[in-house]
Design a protein around this ligand. Structure first.
Ligand code: FE2
Length: 420
Protein backbone atom coordinates (compact mmCIF):
# COMPACT_ATOMS: atom_id res chain seq x y z
CA UNK A 1 0.00 0.00 0.00
CA UNK A 2 1.16 3.54 -0.71
CA UNK A 3 0.15 4.95 2.67
CA UNK A 4 -0.99 3.43 5.95
CA UNK A 5 -2.32 5.50 8.83
CA UNK A 6 -2.06 3.48 12.06
CA UNK A 7 -4.08 3.83 15.28
CA UNK A 8 -6.61 6.33 14.00
CA UNK A 9 -9.99 6.85 15.65
CA UNK A 10 -12.73 6.03 13.12
CA UNK A 11 -16.37 5.76 14.25
CA UNK A 12 -15.24 5.58 17.88
CA UNK A 13 -12.76 2.71 17.34
CA UNK A 14 -9.00 2.55 16.83
CA UNK A 15 -8.08 1.20 13.42
CA UNK A 16 -5.70 1.46 10.46
CA UNK A 17 -6.46 3.15 7.15
CA UNK A 18 -4.81 1.78 4.01
CA UNK A 19 -4.41 3.82 0.83
CA UNK A 20 -3.49 2.72 -2.68
CA UNK A 21 -3.57 4.71 -5.93
CA UNK A 22 -5.24 7.64 -4.20
CA UNK A 23 -8.14 5.59 -2.85
CA UNK A 24 -8.99 4.23 0.59
CA UNK A 25 -8.65 0.46 0.12
CA UNK A 26 -8.97 -0.74 3.69
CA UNK A 27 -10.24 0.46 7.04
CA UNK A 28 -9.29 -2.21 9.60
CA UNK A 29 -6.23 -4.02 10.92
CA UNK A 30 -3.50 -4.02 8.25
CA UNK A 31 -0.56 -6.42 8.57
CA UNK A 32 1.54 -5.40 5.56
CA UNK A 33 3.92 -2.44 5.57
CA UNK A 34 3.14 0.75 3.66
CA UNK A 35 5.45 2.88 1.52
CA UNK A 36 4.60 5.72 3.91
CA UNK A 37 3.41 5.11 7.47
CA UNK A 38 1.79 7.62 9.82
CA UNK A 39 1.04 6.95 13.48
CA UNK A 40 -2.16 8.78 14.37
CA UNK A 41 -1.61 7.93 18.03
CA UNK A 42 -5.30 7.52 18.81
CA UNK A 43 -6.33 10.80 17.21
CA UNK A 44 -9.46 11.30 15.12
CA UNK A 45 -9.50 10.55 11.40
CA UNK A 46 -12.26 12.52 9.74
CA UNK A 47 -13.45 13.31 6.23
CA UNK A 48 -12.07 16.75 5.40
CA UNK A 49 -13.70 20.05 6.20
CA UNK A 50 -15.78 21.62 3.47
CA UNK A 51 -16.49 25.32 3.12
CA UNK A 52 -19.63 25.58 0.99
CA UNK A 53 -19.83 29.39 1.02
CA UNK A 54 -17.06 31.96 0.77
CA UNK A 55 -16.11 34.96 -1.36
CA UNK A 56 -12.51 34.31 -2.38
CA UNK A 57 -12.46 37.38 -4.65
CA UNK A 58 -12.82 39.59 -1.56
CA UNK A 59 -10.73 37.72 1.04
CA UNK A 60 -7.81 39.41 2.79
CA UNK A 61 -8.76 42.91 1.62
CA UNK A 62 -9.57 44.19 5.12
CA UNK A 63 -8.25 47.72 5.68
CA UNK A 64 -7.86 48.42 1.96
CA UNK A 65 -8.67 51.16 1.10
CA UNK A 66 -9.97 51.64 4.66
CA UNK A 67 -11.29 49.78 7.68
CA UNK A 68 -15.02 49.36 8.26
CA UNK A 69 -15.50 51.68 11.25
CA UNK A 70 -19.17 50.89 11.91
CA UNK A 71 -18.86 47.17 11.20
CA UNK A 72 -22.10 47.27 9.21
CA UNK A 73 -23.07 45.58 5.96
CA UNK A 74 -23.69 48.97 4.33
CA UNK A 75 -20.29 50.44 5.10
CA UNK A 76 -18.86 47.11 3.93
CA UNK A 77 -20.65 47.49 0.58
CA UNK A 78 -19.32 51.07 0.20
CA UNK A 79 -15.75 49.96 0.93
CA UNK A 80 -16.04 47.00 -1.45
CA UNK A 81 -17.25 49.24 -4.29
CA UNK A 82 -14.09 51.36 -3.79
CA UNK A 83 -11.84 48.30 -3.56
CA UNK A 84 -13.49 46.68 -6.59
CA UNK A 85 -12.10 49.41 -8.86
CA UNK A 86 -8.58 48.26 -8.02
CA UNK A 87 -9.18 44.55 -8.77
CA UNK A 88 -6.73 42.96 -11.13
CA UNK A 89 -6.31 39.34 -12.08
CA UNK A 90 -3.04 39.04 -10.16
CA UNK A 91 -4.47 40.73 -7.07
CA UNK A 92 -7.45 38.33 -6.95
CA UNK A 93 -5.32 35.27 -7.64
CA UNK A 94 -2.72 36.07 -5.01
CA UNK A 95 -5.24 36.69 -2.23
CA UNK A 96 -7.42 33.71 -3.14
CA UNK A 97 -4.45 31.35 -3.26
CA UNK A 98 -3.13 32.61 0.07
CA UNK A 99 -6.54 32.01 1.70
CA UNK A 100 -6.69 28.55 0.11
CA UNK A 101 -3.32 27.72 1.71
CA UNK A 102 -4.72 28.78 5.10
CA UNK A 103 -7.75 26.58 4.43
CA UNK A 104 -5.82 23.49 3.39
CA UNK A 105 -3.43 23.85 6.32
CA UNK A 106 -6.47 23.53 8.58
CA UNK A 107 -8.05 20.58 6.79
CA UNK A 108 -10.43 22.11 4.22
CA UNK A 109 -10.32 20.16 0.95
CA UNK A 110 -13.42 21.47 -0.82
CA UNK A 111 -14.60 25.05 -1.24
CA UNK A 112 -17.55 26.64 -3.02
CA UNK A 113 -16.74 30.28 -3.72
CA UNK A 114 -19.07 32.98 -4.96
CA UNK A 115 -17.46 35.37 -7.45
CA UNK A 116 -18.97 38.77 -8.15
CA UNK A 117 -19.99 38.95 -11.82
CA UNK A 118 -21.54 42.44 -11.69
CA UNK A 119 -18.52 43.75 -13.56
CA UNK A 120 -18.43 43.97 -17.36
CA UNK A 121 -14.74 42.93 -17.38
CA UNK A 122 -15.42 39.75 -15.34
CA UNK A 123 -11.82 39.98 -14.18
CA UNK A 124 -12.41 38.29 -10.82
CA UNK A 125 -14.12 35.37 -12.52
CA UNK A 126 -11.31 34.99 -15.01
CA UNK A 127 -8.83 35.00 -12.11
CA UNK A 128 -10.78 32.44 -10.09
CA UNK A 129 -11.15 30.07 -13.06
CA UNK A 130 -7.35 30.08 -13.33
CA UNK A 131 -6.98 29.57 -9.58
CA UNK A 132 -9.34 26.59 -9.73
CA UNK A 133 -7.05 24.90 -12.23
CA UNK A 134 -3.85 25.86 -10.41
CA UNK A 135 -4.96 24.53 -7.00
CA UNK A 136 -6.72 21.39 -8.15
CA UNK A 137 -4.17 19.13 -6.43
CA UNK A 138 -4.89 20.91 -3.14
CA UNK A 139 -8.59 21.63 -3.10
CA UNK A 140 -11.78 20.92 -5.02
CA UNK A 141 -13.08 24.38 -5.95
CA UNK A 142 -16.58 25.18 -7.21
CA UNK A 143 -17.27 28.65 -8.60
CA UNK A 144 -20.65 30.35 -8.29
CA UNK A 145 -21.54 33.13 -10.72
CA UNK A 146 -22.72 35.62 -8.09
CA UNK A 147 -24.54 38.80 -9.13
CA UNK A 148 -23.66 40.91 -6.06
CA UNK A 149 -25.73 43.87 -7.33
CA UNK A 150 -28.60 41.88 -8.83
CA UNK A 151 -29.49 40.15 -12.07
CA UNK A 152 -32.48 42.34 -12.93
CA UNK A 153 -31.38 45.54 -11.15
CA UNK A 154 -27.79 45.65 -12.46
CA UNK A 155 -27.37 46.85 -16.05
CA UNK A 156 -26.98 43.86 -18.36
CA UNK A 157 -27.06 41.54 -15.33
CA UNK A 158 -28.61 38.57 -17.10
CA UNK A 159 -26.06 38.72 -19.92
CA UNK A 160 -23.18 38.86 -17.46
CA UNK A 161 -24.56 35.75 -15.74
CA UNK A 162 -24.82 33.99 -19.08
CA UNK A 163 -21.25 34.98 -20.03
CA UNK A 164 -19.97 33.75 -16.64
CA UNK A 165 -21.59 30.36 -17.21
CA UNK A 166 -20.20 30.17 -20.74
CA UNK A 167 -16.73 30.91 -19.32
CA UNK A 168 -17.06 27.96 -16.94
CA UNK A 169 -18.72 29.02 -13.67
CA UNK A 170 -19.99 25.81 -12.05
CA UNK A 171 -23.03 27.09 -10.17
CA UNK A 172 -25.75 29.72 -10.77
CA UNK A 173 -26.00 32.32 -7.99
CA UNK A 174 -28.45 35.10 -7.19
CA UNK A 175 -29.52 37.70 -4.65
CA UNK A 176 -33.31 38.18 -5.02
CA UNK A 177 -33.84 40.08 -1.73
CA UNK A 178 -31.37 42.75 -2.89
CA UNK A 179 -33.09 43.40 -6.24
CA UNK A 180 -34.93 46.77 -6.41
CA UNK A 181 -38.41 45.35 -5.88
CA UNK A 182 -40.15 42.15 -4.89
CA UNK A 183 -41.18 41.72 -8.54
CA UNK A 184 -37.57 42.06 -9.67
CA UNK A 185 -36.55 39.47 -7.07
CA UNK A 186 -39.15 36.99 -8.36
CA UNK A 187 -38.08 37.64 -11.93
CA UNK A 188 -34.45 37.02 -10.94
CA UNK A 189 -35.38 33.59 -9.55
CA UNK A 190 -37.11 32.71 -12.82
CA UNK A 191 -33.94 33.69 -14.69
CA UNK A 192 -31.75 31.66 -12.28
CA UNK A 193 -33.80 28.50 -12.85
CA UNK A 194 -33.89 28.94 -16.59
CA UNK A 195 -30.11 29.53 -16.83
CA UNK A 196 -29.44 26.55 -14.56
CA UNK A 197 -31.53 24.29 -16.75
CA UNK A 198 -30.06 25.61 -19.97
CA UNK A 199 -26.46 25.08 -18.76
CA UNK A 200 -27.21 22.04 -16.56
CA UNK A 201 -25.73 23.66 -13.44
CA UNK A 202 -26.63 23.57 -9.73
CA UNK A 203 -27.99 26.65 -7.98
CA UNK A 204 -26.79 28.47 -4.85
CA UNK A 205 -28.56 31.71 -4.07
CA UNK A 206 -27.93 34.37 -1.41
CA UNK A 207 -31.51 34.68 -0.27
CA UNK A 208 -33.47 36.52 2.41
CA UNK A 209 -30.24 37.75 3.99
CA UNK A 210 -32.02 40.37 6.03
CA UNK A 211 -33.87 40.72 9.33
CA UNK A 212 -37.04 41.66 7.41
CA UNK A 213 -39.64 39.02 8.28
CA UNK A 214 -41.48 39.95 5.06
CA UNK A 215 -38.57 38.79 2.90
CA UNK A 216 -40.00 35.52 1.58
CA UNK A 217 -38.14 34.67 -1.59
CA UNK A 218 -37.16 31.25 -0.27
CA UNK A 219 -40.71 29.89 -0.60
CA UNK A 220 -40.77 30.95 -4.25
CA UNK A 221 -37.34 29.41 -4.92
CA UNK A 222 -38.52 26.14 -3.33
CA UNK A 223 -41.78 26.13 -5.24
CA UNK A 224 -39.99 26.85 -8.53
CA UNK A 225 -37.46 24.09 -7.74
CA UNK A 226 -40.26 21.57 -7.39
CA UNK A 227 -42.07 22.71 -10.54
CA UNK A 228 -38.87 22.56 -12.60
CA UNK A 229 -37.87 19.14 -11.22
CA UNK A 230 -34.64 20.53 -9.77
CA UNK A 231 -34.92 18.89 -6.33
CA UNK A 232 -31.60 18.32 -4.57
CA UNK A 233 -29.71 20.70 -6.85
CA UNK A 234 -30.62 23.95 -5.15
CA UNK A 235 -29.05 25.62 -2.11
CA UNK A 236 -30.35 28.64 -0.24
CA UNK A 237 -27.58 30.60 1.47
CA UNK A 238 -28.13 32.75 4.58
CA UNK A 239 -31.98 32.77 4.86
CA UNK A 240 -31.55 34.91 7.99
CA UNK A 241 -35.08 36.33 7.63
CA UNK A 242 -36.28 32.88 8.70
CA UNK A 243 -35.04 33.77 12.18
CA UNK A 244 -37.81 36.36 12.31
CA UNK A 245 -40.65 34.46 10.61
CA UNK A 246 -43.62 33.60 12.77
CA UNK A 247 -43.75 29.93 13.72
CA UNK A 248 -46.90 29.17 11.74
CA UNK A 249 -45.31 30.43 8.54
CA UNK A 250 -41.98 28.72 9.27
CA UNK A 251 -43.80 25.41 9.80
CA UNK A 252 -45.52 25.68 6.43
CA UNK A 253 -42.27 26.73 4.75
CA UNK A 254 -40.36 23.72 6.12
CA UNK A 255 -42.82 21.38 4.36
CA UNK A 256 -42.12 23.04 1.01
CA UNK A 257 -38.35 23.03 1.63
CA UNK A 258 -38.46 19.30 2.29
CA UNK A 259 -40.39 18.65 -0.90
CA UNK A 260 -37.81 20.71 -2.81
CA UNK A 261 -34.93 18.82 -1.12
CA UNK A 262 -33.54 22.29 -0.51
CA UNK A 263 -30.10 22.65 1.06
CA UNK A 264 -29.53 25.55 3.45
CA UNK A 265 -26.26 27.28 4.33
CA UNK A 266 -25.86 29.38 7.45
CA UNK A 267 -22.82 31.61 7.81
CA UNK A 268 -22.52 32.10 11.57
CA UNK A 269 -19.62 34.58 11.57
CA UNK A 270 -21.01 37.08 9.07
CA UNK A 271 -24.61 36.51 10.15
CA UNK A 272 -24.04 37.35 13.80
CA UNK A 273 -21.91 40.36 12.87
CA UNK A 274 -24.13 41.86 10.17
CA UNK A 275 -27.72 41.07 11.21
CA UNK A 276 -29.67 42.69 14.02
CA UNK A 277 -28.13 46.09 13.32
CA UNK A 278 -31.49 47.89 13.26
CA UNK A 279 -32.60 46.31 16.54
CA UNK A 280 -32.68 47.89 19.94
CA UNK A 281 -32.14 45.54 22.86
CA UNK A 282 -32.95 42.69 22.89
CA UNK A 283 -31.04 42.19 19.63
CA UNK A 284 -31.97 39.21 17.47
CA UNK A 285 -29.47 36.50 16.70
CA UNK A 286 -28.70 36.82 13.03
CA UNK A 287 -28.81 33.19 12.02
CA UNK A 288 -31.40 31.04 10.28
CA UNK A 289 -33.16 28.25 12.21
CA UNK A 290 -30.32 25.74 11.99
CA UNK A 291 -31.39 23.37 14.75
CA UNK A 292 -35.03 23.23 13.69
CA UNK A 293 -34.09 22.71 10.04
CA UNK A 294 -31.70 19.87 10.86
CA UNK A 295 -34.20 18.21 13.14
CA UNK A 296 -36.78 18.36 10.33
CA UNK A 297 -34.41 16.44 8.07
CA UNK A 298 -33.36 19.43 5.95
CA UNK A 299 -29.67 19.46 4.99
CA UNK A 300 -27.78 22.41 6.53
CA UNK A 301 -24.13 23.32 6.04
CA UNK A 302 -22.10 26.08 7.69
CA UNK A 303 -19.98 28.42 5.56
CA UNK A 304 -17.12 30.76 6.44
CA UNK A 305 -18.42 33.45 4.03
CA UNK A 306 -15.72 36.06 4.72
CA UNK A 307 -12.07 35.90 5.70
CA UNK A 308 -10.75 39.37 6.60
CA UNK A 309 -12.82 41.38 4.15
CA UNK A 310 -14.89 44.59 4.38
CA UNK A 311 -17.83 42.70 5.91
CA UNK A 312 -16.09 40.53 8.46
CA UNK A 313 -12.67 41.65 9.66
CA UNK A 314 -11.58 38.53 11.52
CA UNK A 315 -11.26 34.80 10.80
CA UNK A 316 -8.33 32.58 9.93
CA UNK A 317 -10.23 30.24 7.65
CA UNK A 318 -10.86 27.57 10.24
CA UNK A 319 -14.11 25.60 9.95
CA UNK A 320 -13.96 24.44 13.58
CA UNK A 321 -14.17 28.09 14.58
CA UNK A 322 -17.27 28.38 12.37
CA UNK A 323 -18.79 25.25 13.95
CA UNK A 324 -18.01 26.61 17.43
CA UNK A 325 -19.68 29.95 16.78
CA UNK A 326 -22.56 28.32 14.88
CA UNK A 327 -23.46 25.86 17.61
CA UNK A 328 -23.32 28.51 20.33
CA UNK A 329 -25.39 30.90 18.24
CA UNK A 330 -27.89 28.16 17.41
CA UNK A 331 -28.38 26.88 20.99
CA UNK A 332 -26.87 23.56 19.91
CA UNK A 333 -25.01 22.60 23.06
CA UNK A 334 -26.98 19.37 23.54
CA UNK A 335 -24.65 16.36 23.37
CA UNK A 336 -25.85 15.13 19.96
CA UNK A 337 -26.31 18.69 18.71
CA UNK A 338 -22.59 19.43 19.03
CA UNK A 339 -21.96 16.52 16.68
CA UNK A 340 -24.56 17.97 14.30
CA UNK A 341 -22.46 21.14 14.15
CA UNK A 342 -19.44 19.03 13.17
CA UNK A 343 -21.51 17.48 10.36
CA UNK A 344 -22.43 20.99 9.20
CA UNK A 345 -18.75 21.73 8.42
CA UNK A 346 -18.08 18.32 6.90
CA UNK A 347 -20.52 15.86 5.34
CA UNK A 348 -23.61 18.08 5.08
CA UNK A 349 -21.68 20.56 2.97
CA UNK A 350 -20.16 17.76 0.88
CA UNK A 351 -23.71 16.61 0.21
CA UNK A 352 -24.92 20.00 -0.98
CA UNK A 353 -21.84 20.38 -3.18
CA UNK A 354 -22.56 16.86 -4.47
CA UNK A 355 -18.97 15.65 -3.95
CA UNK A 356 -19.14 12.00 -4.95
CA UNK A 357 -15.51 11.37 -3.88
CA UNK A 358 -16.18 12.38 -0.28
CA UNK A 359 -16.26 10.15 2.80
CA UNK A 360 -13.97 8.15 5.06
CA UNK A 361 -14.95 4.80 3.54
CA UNK A 362 -13.33 2.06 1.52
CA UNK A 363 -13.55 2.88 -2.19
CA UNK A 364 -13.68 6.66 -1.68
CA UNK A 365 -10.84 9.07 -2.47
CA UNK A 366 -8.10 9.03 0.16
CA UNK A 367 -8.83 12.65 1.12
CA UNK A 368 -9.12 12.98 4.88
CA UNK A 369 -7.62 14.63 7.95
CA UNK A 370 -6.12 13.54 11.26
CA UNK A 371 -7.23 16.01 13.90
CA UNK A 372 -5.49 16.62 17.22
CA UNK A 373 -8.49 15.34 19.22
CA UNK A 374 -10.10 12.03 20.04
CA UNK A 375 -13.64 12.95 18.99
CA UNK A 376 -15.64 15.42 16.95
CA UNK A 377 -16.86 17.18 20.09
CA UNK A 378 -13.35 17.69 21.40
CA UNK A 379 -12.17 18.81 17.96
CA UNK A 380 -14.72 21.65 18.14
CA UNK A 381 -14.05 22.47 21.81
CA UNK A 382 -10.30 22.66 21.28
CA UNK A 383 -10.46 23.95 17.69
CA UNK A 384 -7.91 21.24 17.08
CA UNK A 385 -5.08 21.46 14.62
CA UNK A 386 -5.19 19.24 11.54
CA UNK A 387 -2.06 17.18 12.23
CA UNK A 388 -2.12 15.63 8.76
CA UNK A 389 -4.15 16.66 5.74
CA UNK A 390 -4.22 13.95 3.09
CA UNK A 391 -5.51 14.58 -0.42
CA UNK A 392 -5.80 11.71 -2.90
CA UNK A 393 -3.35 9.68 -0.83
CA UNK A 394 -0.70 12.42 -0.51
CA UNK A 395 0.10 14.38 2.65
CA UNK A 396 -0.46 17.97 1.52
CA UNK A 397 -0.29 19.70 4.92
CA UNK A 398 1.11 19.02 8.39
CA UNK A 399 0.82 20.95 11.64
CA UNK A 400 2.79 20.66 14.87
CA UNK A 401 0.39 21.24 17.74
CA UNK A 402 1.04 23.72 20.53
CA UNK A 403 2.49 22.24 23.72
CA UNK A 404 1.54 23.74 27.07
CA UNK A 405 3.70 23.53 30.19
CA UNK A 406 3.18 24.85 33.69
CA UNK A 407 6.09 24.68 36.14
CA UNK A 408 7.79 22.26 33.79
CA UNK A 409 4.83 19.90 33.72
CA UNK A 410 2.96 19.21 30.43
CA UNK A 411 -0.67 20.27 30.41
CA UNK A 412 -3.21 18.57 28.13
CA UNK A 413 -6.60 20.21 28.11
CA UNK A 414 -8.48 16.92 28.00
CA UNK A 415 -10.45 15.07 30.67
CA UNK A 416 -9.93 11.33 30.79
CA UNK A 417 -13.05 9.40 29.82
CA UNK A 418 -14.81 12.48 28.44
CA UNK A 419 -15.29 13.08 24.70
CA UNK A 420 -13.01 10.19 23.76
FE1 FE2 B 1 -22.03 35.36 0.97
Amino acid sequence: MDLIVRNAKVNGKLTDIGVKDGKIVKIGKIDEKGEVEIDANGRLASPPFVDPHVHLDAVLTVGDPRYNMSGTLWEGIEIWSERKKKLSKEDVKERAKEAIRWAVAQGILAIRTHVDVCDPSLVALEAMLEVKEEVKDLVDLQIVAFPQEGIVSFPNGENLMRRALEMGADVVGGIPHYEFSREDGIKSIDIILSLAKEFDRDIDVHIDETDDDQSRFLEYLASKTIKEGYQGRVTASHTTAMHSYNNAYAYKLFGVLKKAKMNIIANPLDNIALQGRFDNYPIRRGMTRVKELLKSGINVGFGHDSVMDPWYPLGRYNMLQVAFVGLNLGHMTGYEEIKMAFDAVTKNSAKLMRLDWYGLEEGKDASFVILNAKSEIDAIRLMSEALYVIKNGKVVAKTKPAEYEVNGKKVRMEVKGVYE
